[in-house]
Design a protein around this ligand. Structure first.
Ligand code: SF4
Ligand code: SF4
Length: 466
């Protein structure tokens, strides 16, 4: 990792000077200048670049700011303690989605966590988080797939008993969300995330079907009207080869149904089966950016925003790196570091993406101390995976806004943690687009209100006058 010797350098790109890289952001007037190690960036008018980088005041300015920027990015990369757990109450699922990261046999015939074991698990988690989190701060538990609602009783029982100790969320295929479940989850302020992959059954049901091959779009979408007023509700759409061309229509559909927050997540390619529907990156990026533009048109037309949370996280990574919430786009990623995953039999994995990858089992919550699991060799191979060690990421100017996800893909698809994941061009395009929005001063239109509450300005490009 580069060391910036604050008082010794006078020039950039030589000696101990900072290494500035330029990025073509495909904007008519601006390009970006980045010092990747500190995640410092600046938009510069194309005809002013020479003046800027040869201006000694600029080097002095960077010198003054570099240590606090470095401290900020290092805190995010290396000093965060775990504060969330993805808990799979069952291995079983009533769906057989093409791109699921849980192996088929597990989803068909797997085990589930009994109510008694679930309460034991929560007792252990409570004791662990009380030790490491500041008093009064609640850890987050997200009930996750397979399909958590297949073990509704144990899950709801734990929520009831532990709602004073944790904040809860559930990620579900929504096929079993009846009136009483919705009412229970809302009354306990449980976050609800549901999956819908398109604006019609034709696109949404293509890869999301039950074991009999039946899609659920028509049964699930009426739920939008029952949940769209709930502040802790969001919808996830996974981008595949089959639905990417409907992304803008998907945004229209969500907006029509008054969805306030959604995620348009590019497919994870951890399992062989999901690679069959891997989209072409360049095409996926084009449709994704068109869908983001569509959110903007809708906002301007109706005054009502629909936030694409995974993209908002990239904007936040640029505007206020320490305030980002999702942890796939920082290196090391959040898996095994900011959160970990507990399977239905209590096995602990760095992230849910690894639940079907047995060699990434770090231990078991019922028999091993969580601390020792988090410092086990497999967890260290995750938390020690850094962009600086990965080709081509090590020289990529946007490495701290992309993070080179995903280690699960790197391991299962590309042969090792020192490899990149399944996508690169998609992430590049996303960061370029985010920088173009900032150049055009449109970024706030893509972020939730008061996104900057509690952030501190370390560097304000508006005040520069070189
Ligand atoms: S990058 Fe992959 S392993 Fe890391 S947190 Fe994201 S999904 Fe999990
Ligand atoms: S995956 Fe691509 S965009 Fe991301 S850090 Fe690596 S080289 Fe850069």
């Amino acid at each position: 990792m580069q060391t910036i010797k604050k008082d010794t350098y006078k020039h950039h790109n030589t000696g101990y000077g900072p290494v500035f890289q330029t990025i073509d952001i495909e904007h008519k007037d601006y390009l970006a200048l980045v010092e990747p190690d500190t995640a410092f960036w600046l938009l510069v008018k194309k005809n002013k670049l020479g003046n800027l980088i040869s201006d000694k005041k600029f080097i002095e300015y960077f010198k003054e700011k570099s240590s606090s920027l470095k401290k900020d990015i290092n805190a995010l990369r290396f000093e965060i303690k775990p504060s969330a757990v993805y808990l799979n109450p069952t291995e079983k699922c009533n769906f057989n989605c093409t791109y699921c990261y849980i192996p088929e046999e597990m989803r068909k015939n797997g085990s589930e966590m009994s109510s008694v074991k679930m309460l034991e698990c929560f007792k252990i988690l409570k004791g662990y988080f009380e030790k490491i989190l500041p008093a009064g701060r609640k850890a987050q538990i997200i009930f996750h797939g397979s399909e958590p609602m297949m073990n509704r009783e144990a899950m709801f029982n734990a929520i009831e008993k532990y709602s004073d100790s944790f904040d809860f969320g559930v990620q579900t295929n929504a096929s079993m969300l009846d009136e009483s479940a919705i009412s229970f989850l809302r009354s306990h302020e449980v976050g609800i995330g549901i999956s819908i992959d398109g604006p019609s059954s034709e696109s949404a049901d293509k890869n999301r079907r039950n074991w009999n091959g039946e899609g659920f779009f028509d049964k699930i979408t009426p739920l939008l009207g029952k949940l769209n007023d709930y502040s802790k509700f969001n919808v996830i759409c996974t981008i595949t080869a089959d639905n990417m061309e409907y992304l803008s229509e998907t945004v229209d559909f969500f907006h029509e149904n008054k969805v306030r927050v959604c995620m348009l997540n590019i497919l994870r390619c951890t399992q062989e089966r999901s690679r069959k529907v891997k989209p072409d990156e360049e095409k996926a990026a084009k449709h994704y950016i068109a869908a983001l533009e569509r959110t903007h048109e809708l906002y301007k037309k109706t005054g009502r925003k629909i936030i694409v949370a995974n993209f908002a996280n990239i904007l936040i990574a640029l505007m206020a790196p320490g305030a980002r919430k999702l942890m796939c786009d920082i290196s090391p990623c959040g898996g095994g570091r900011c959160f970990f995953s507990v399977s239905a039999n209590g096995d602990i994995f760095p992230c849910s993406e690894f639940v079907g990858v047995p060699e990434y089992r770090g231990g078991n919550i019922f028999s091993d101390a969580i601390d020792s699991v988090l410092s086990s060799a497999v967890f260290r191979s995750m938390t020690g995976r850094m962009v600086e060690d990965i080709y081509p990421c090590k020289t990529c100017a946007i490495r701290h806004f992309c993070g080179s996800p995903c280690p699960a893909e790197a391991h299962t698809m590309n042969g090792g943690m020192d490899r990149p994941g399944a996508f690169c061009a998609f992430y590049e395009a996303q960061v370029r687009y985010a920088l173009r929005l900032i150049a055009d001063k449109r970024e706030s239109d893509f972020l939730w209100e008061k996104w900057d509450a509690g952030t501190e300005t370390l560097f304000d490009a508006e005040t520069l006058n070189f």
